[in-house]
Design a protein around this ligand. Sequence first.
Ligand code: GLU
Length: 293
Amino acid sequence: MAGQRTFVTRFAPSPSGLLHVGHVYAAMEALALAHENGGVCRLRWENLDSARCRAEYQLRAAEDLAWLGLHFDGAPLIQSGRMDAYARACALLRDAGVLYPCFCTRREIREQAAESGRAPHGALGIVYPGTCRLMGEAEREERLARGDAHCWRLDCRRAQDLVGILEWEDLLRGMQRCVPSETGDVILARRDCPASYHLAVVVDDAEQGVTHVTRGMDLFEATHVHRTLQALLGLPVLVWRHHGLLLDESGRRLAKRDGARSIASLRAAGYTVREVIDSVLRAHARGGVWSLP
Ligand code: GLU
């Protein structure tokens, strides 16, 4: 139909270890939703974390995906090649007055949070107590000019002043109310990189024309931040579908470090593609509980 956007999902693994059955589950969710809707599914390598991500893991994961017959549309997007785009988005946010530099170390933040007696952890990790938001303009300028190490944080209250209360839709859970001021002042650009996970995801979903995001429930709370950033950057609003995570027989989340569940180890042990795919489909039918094929 004229004017209607293509239905686009994506699979966005971080190549910080071997591809495992949890990844396969996420990839199958993204592919299934696209195909059920006559759409396409794109691939993105989220390799911003240079300390943990390695080109070798990406190569091996790409090989495992091909072995499994999981194919994606178009060329994959690789985050490490997108620094200019992230820097441009950061500049827009800075101009809008919703970013501030934060000079605190992790340790200082832990100490500040403990001193103020506030619960140091929220749904998105440690809650930043806002120390650098309150810094005077002169001190801020001086420290920036001196080249003191800093990241950039979202001033979530200012963000709310600009975009108000928002909504987003989860295909499984319905409409969600998003109160930007409750997300905390998350990091949008790290010390060593002009982006954080939150900023890169939002910029790249728009770049790849994504309309529907499938991903694990562990990222449900992060979606409030992403919806807020879409509003601030004037990017299309997406629809989400947060799925459950794969669990082991005792109900614990399958972890990446558990090599036994890597596709490489299943291949080496002689399991076939059909058996691996069926084990994931079976887990889906059993509320996420995965066991060896
Ligand atoms: N790169 C993330 C992961 O591997 C997924 C991010 C997302 O889907 O937004 O868990």
